[in-house]
Design a protein around this ligand. Sequence first.
Ligand code: VGL
Ligand code: ZN
Length: 201
Amino acid sequence: MHSDTHALIVIDVQNDFCPGGALAVPEGDVIIPGINTLMTEFQAVILTQDWHPPAHSSFASEHEGTKPLEMIEMPYGLQVLWPDHCVQGSKGAEFHPDLNTDRADMIIRKGFDPAIDSYSAFFENDKKTPTGLHGYLQTRGISQLTMVGLATDFCVNFSATDAARLGYEVRVDMALCRAIDFDGSLKVAMNGMAELGVTLN
Ligand code: VGL
Ligand code: ZN
């Protein structure tokens, strides 16, 4: 059992990121039994849930003449456009039915502002609007984080690097993550995490 200062953060294990979903990550569902087992080793378990309003600005469908995986300039910087996914209240936004959500102390929803995407569990993509997770972890005295989930190169990466910058000791359990990996995004993400001192194993 890990100490009570060490939390497991399970990122976006939702139907839309699993095979058959709107933004399916290859093998996204394969990691679920291992995540359920890992939960039993932690005294603090936090889940994140990508949670977009129907006309979210990260959806290619909101920008005429664009397709998913194209990039656009937003007021807060470059943004990848996605297929409509994880729409609030939809089946796709639900946690995968095999994920053991009973062990979660806290579920943090992100990406609910129509104008800003939020990959990270800590800050929206403007890099400054907090989700509230940092305050929650601080008030519980948590300083070490193990992260697992989807997708390695987007939400896991942004969460891990933000956490490292905030001063947490961060480990990403790569065997319990899966990546979207387009245009070399996985390699870039792994280098970025390693550079900030995130343990990848
Ligand atoms: C994610 C793209 C868009 C993720 C969420 O969970 O990695 N990726 N929304
Ligand atoms: Zn999203």
